[in-house]
Design a binder for this molecule. Sequence first.
Ligand code: NAD
Length: 275
Amino acid sequence: MVKNITFNDGNSIPQLGYGVWQIEDNGAADAVGTALETGYRHIDTASIYGNEVGVGRGIATSSVPREDIFLTTKLWNSDQGFEKAISALDASLERLGTDYVDLYLIHWAKPQQGTYLESWRALIELKKQGKVRSIGVSNFPQAQLREIIADTGVTPAIHQIELHPYFSQEDMRAVHSEFGIVTEAWSPLGQGGELLKDPVIVEIAGKHGVSPAQVVLAWHLAKGIVAIPKSVTPARIAENFAAANVTLDTADIAAIDGLTRADGRIGPDPQNPEF
Ligand code: NAD
């Protein structure tokens, strides 16, 4: 059973979701349909993924009612700014074929662009208008996260960041605890690379008779982190979902905690002005 985690605004999010980055628009409807049939009730997309139309179609043609699905999309960097963000959400809703999203995130802070604060004010307004149920951020350095909270008095419900056993973001998670922000992991499986072959993960998987991907996802869930693994393979979509039923013991969790390393990041550093 996938648990729900309650946000600081009173809404809640299914802890295990389905991510659709790098799924083509014309394949997204089928992929989302498979995920919903499998039991996922949380889909994570973004305007930059170019698949909001397909995601919307997958939702509309499934047997699952829209109100039973938690849908996230994200504001792209070039759409930052107050008015631009308001219009960008309207365009996303149009493509998704829905009149609200459950969660809207600023995709990257892009500190050097200098528009993250007015973008955050736009998200606050969109929540007031009811077009988005909850608002949050993604890829924010600590300084910018603290700044938007201090300047607006509105704390993001969630912060979506790169997080997996090779890069466990303990410092950022401590900031989240300080403010009551839910942590959401992108690339929770480390993009399916070396991590799933790590001897520590493989050994724990053998001990419990589950797969390495399930061990990694069970680690996220045990730590209260929201995880959104991506796959287009139906068997893996199901395998990842079944990780909600895998229980690790304290020693397993401690061993996996020990895998984190300073250079474990796969994606760009949100503080890097070059990105
Ligand atoms: P992931 O960690 O979910 O890994 C996905 C890859 O792992 C798949 O392409 C496949 O190769 C492999 N895989 C999946 N299930 C497997 C299994 N059971 N066994 C073996 N291999 C398996 O990586 P991701 O797609 O980068 O991240 C997940 C989601 O996070 C994305 O789809 C997207 O929604 C979100 N995301 C957000 C940001 C952001 O900037 N906010 C950045 C990257 C990703």
